[in-house]
Design a protein around this ligand. Sequence first.
Ligand code: NAG
Ligand code: NAG
Ligand code: NAG
Ligand code: NAG
Ligand code: NAG
Length: 272
Amino acid sequence: MVKINTTTWLGLSLATGASAACSRKLLQDTAAQYVQAQTSGNPGLLPLASNVSYIENDATVELTKGVLSQPITIDLDRSIYDTEQCIAFTEITAATNTHPYVIDTRLLVSSGKVAAIQSIVTDPGDWVFNATNHLKWAKQEKWTPIPKEKQDTRAVIKAAADAYLDSWLNGTVKVPYGTPCARIEGGIYTGERNVTANTCTMPQFPKEFTGIGDRRYVIDEELGAVDIFHNFPFIDVKRPNGTSSTNFFRIEGGMIRYIHETTVCLTNNCGR
Ligand SMILES: *[C@@H]1O[C@H](CO)[C@@H](O)[C@H](O)[C@H]1NC(C)=O
Ligand SMILES: *[C@@H]1O[C@H](CO)[C@@H](O)[C@H](O)[C@H]1NC(C)=O
Ligand SMILES: *[C@@H]1O[C@H](CO)[C@@H](O)[C@H](O)[C@H]1NC(C)=O
Ligand SMILES: *[C@@H]1O[C@H](CO)[C@@H](O)[C@H](O)[C@H]1NC(C)=O
Ligand SMILES: *[C@@H]1O[C@H](CO)[C@@H](O)[C@H](O)[C@H]1NC(C)=O
């Protein structure tokens, strides 16, 4: 063990703040281990806390019976890192796997261990699902790090994403759509018509829609990214009070550039 005097140690921990306990590197490593674990179907490749909780589509599942215990060929994975909350988020597109999937996962890290794994797991029959199309468009997107001086604050990133979800209920909410802006919704790509336009605009939902609740955020200023797990009412006719869903955003200069939507259905295409 290296001896280090108290003053120096205190100075270091003050300078780095929360990131001393939860570094970007730790979250990057955890996300990489998660991708390895899913590839081999071996959750043990993750540094699991002894009491780790495992949740798929908002229901507790035994880790050994979950999708993470089954090997999946991953065609694309994209991760973001929230050092303030110590959560890594990864979206996996598995189009060439025998059984295709799009999986969005939150990895909650505590004292270097994975304390909770929460996934939205979608496959054929879920909302406009098509992993081939998801892969085709997602891999063309650019989620490169944003230079420090151009990074948005957490508040700006969160507000842009919230405005989008709020606008579904309240059509007068102003959403900062970029030009271009494109959405991958299941397997639908709005930008197919015109890649240089804003094709993200959502109409207001019918009166029965009560708004998006239970929002759980992962925010990454460096990548200009936010993911929101939420409860999506109305869309699934068999579960009008809400189904598991997530929206994953890239925000540049306060404006929305990309949106991915992944929504679970109880019956084929949510009965629509
Ligand atoms: C899991 O264990 C850790 C460390 O003992 C503890 O801090 C945490 O509260 C436990 N979590 C749950 C959900 O029981
Ligand atoms: C997914 O989309 C591709 C390209 O449009 C199409 O060829 C394929 O049939 C679709 N797959 C399914 C299962 O609908
Ligand atoms: C709808 O959004 C507008 C603009 O943000 C806001 O002023 C108004 O209070 C909202 N209406 C409701 C019913 O929440
Ligand atoms: C595509 O969108 C851009 C930006 O809105 C617009 O200037 C252009 O005319 C559009 N092109 C077509 C073919 O509609
Ligand atoms: C939905 O919520 C309403 C109001 O809380 C309740 O009366 C109804 O039974 C719920 N429906 C389902 C399908 O859970």
